[in-house]
Design a protein around this ligand. Structure first.
Ligand SMILES: *Cc1c(COP(=O)(O)O)cnc(C)c1O
Length: 396
């Protein structure tokens, strides 16, 4: 859709910059193309927009799904079943059956109990289930407590001390084929040491498995690479070189081993903006509030994680949306939404160019964990999303 139609759309809505998505996918390809054993699966939970999924599928990535609905969305968008993996701690029977019948590449299994159910259902269907076991690596990650997943004893994965026993059990089941191990340590990680620590932990585990005579066909290191929410225009594309190098330089793969990555946020965060309109500029006693028509119903990250997204005026020039520049930020506002929750705040004491009623604002870096987490609270409609080629081309 052309950007000049966007002004006619009722706010709030998402816009996705397909040109930036294409550049991001090219950057991933540039770093992985020389390794024919590297496979990147896009984590669909970050953004499941159909047009976005189609573009990612066409670029050749696989899909990492955490529900039956995501498996359907992946198949509908053109991801081949042979490139779909299925993770998640609570797979329902219908979801397991759907995945088995579609013939997905692998289940990332999170417990021995789940393994037994998948094996039983596969046997009933006369299908061989390829499985990978999710091991909790017990490495800390420098990120928000709500989005770290790799520390000891949480609901995700199998403890290291039970690894060998569960692998042996998996290998003894006739209807399953044991493929390898799966890890995921958290999200929005910007310190490469976290990935290095995971690589080193995997080296220890592989040495232990070698001693047991157990070989892995593939290793899946999950996702988690973060993006620069503070400076989306300076760093529109994450540092994929450093990310892949953390594994290339530190992980000791065995001959013939495949290495799988599951990137979500890093692929889609920067290409998305939530467009909202200023309803009122309220002058309080000590503060000025920019009250906007988007809220935690459209973008919950600020309320859920205390996340800060850059907010800036946006206007149209021809077919481009043009974002304001930080230099124009001369006023201070609390930017708040319409929802009846005091956590419905996008930013406090936030420096911005002066705003007035009716003006459009862009809440930036909202392509990941934005639209997919929207809700109908307060009987609000779910936000629409539009794709445009190149939003960031112009600045003023
Ligand atoms: C959420 C998730 C990912 C993607 O995480 P990002 O931080 O968006 O890269 C990858 N793998 C698993 C198992 C996940 O749960």
């Amino acid at each position: 859709m052309y950007a000049d139609l966007l002004e006619q759309q009722p706010t709030p809505y998402y816009v996705y910059d397909t040109a930036l998505l294409a550049q991001t996918l090219q950057a991933i390809d540039a770093e992985t193309r020389q390794h024919d054993n590297y496979h990147v699966h896009y984590a669909i939970k970050a953004n499941a927009d159909h047009v976005v999924l189609q573009q990612i599928a066409q670029a050749g990535l696989g899909a990492d799904c955490v529900s039956g609905g995501e498996i359907r969305a992946a198949l509908d968008a053109g991801f081949p079943a042979s490139k779909i993996v299925f993770a998640g701690v609570a797979k329902a029977d219908w979801e397991i059956r759907l995945a088995l019948e579609a013939g997905i590449a692998a289940f990332n299994v999170e417990s021995r109990e789940e393994l037994d159910i998948i094996a039983q259902m596969a046997r009933e269907l006369g299908i061989q289930a390829r499985i990978s076991l999710r091991i909790n690596p017990d490495v800390g990650a420098h990120t928000h407590a709500h989005i770290t997943t790799g520390l000891a004893e949480n609901k995700f994965g199998i403890d290291r001390s039970q690894m060998v026993e569960v692998i042996r059990h998996a290998m003894s089941l006739p209807a399953t084929e044991f493929m390898g191990l799966h890890f995921h340590i958290g999200s929005q990680l910007l310190v490469m040491d976290d990935f290095v620590a995971l690589a080193q932990r995997i080296n220890e585990l592989q040495d232990q498995l070698d001693a047991e005579g157990i070989t892995l066909k593939h290793i899946n290191v999950g996702g988690g690479l973060g993006v620069d929410y503070d400076q989306p225009d300076t760093h529109p594309i994450p540092d994929f070189r450093a990310y892949f190098a953390a594994y290339t330089d530190n992980l000791r793969l065995r001959p013939g081993q495949q290495l799988h990555f599951e990137l979500g946020r890093a692929v889609v965060a920067q290409m998305g903006s939530l467009i909202t309109r200023v309803l009122f500029v309220k002058h309080g006693l000590h503060k000025r509030f920019a009250i906007v028509d988007a809220g935690m119903t459209e973008l919950i990250r600020p309320a859920l994680y205390g996340a800060l997204h850059q907010i800036m005026p946006v206007h149209l020039e021809g077919h481009n949306l043009c974002f304001g520049t930080p230099a124009a930020a001369t006023e201070t506002y609390d930017v708040v939404g319409p929802i009846c929750e005091s956590s419905d705040v996008f930013a406090k004491d936030y420096r911005m160019a002066p705003v007035r009623r009716g003006q459009l604002l862009a809440i930036r870096s909202a392509g990941a964990y934005g639209q997919v987490m929207a809700s109908c609270y307060n009987c609000r409609p779910l936000p629409k999303a539009f794709t445009v080629a190149s939003l960031a081309a112009c600045h003023s």
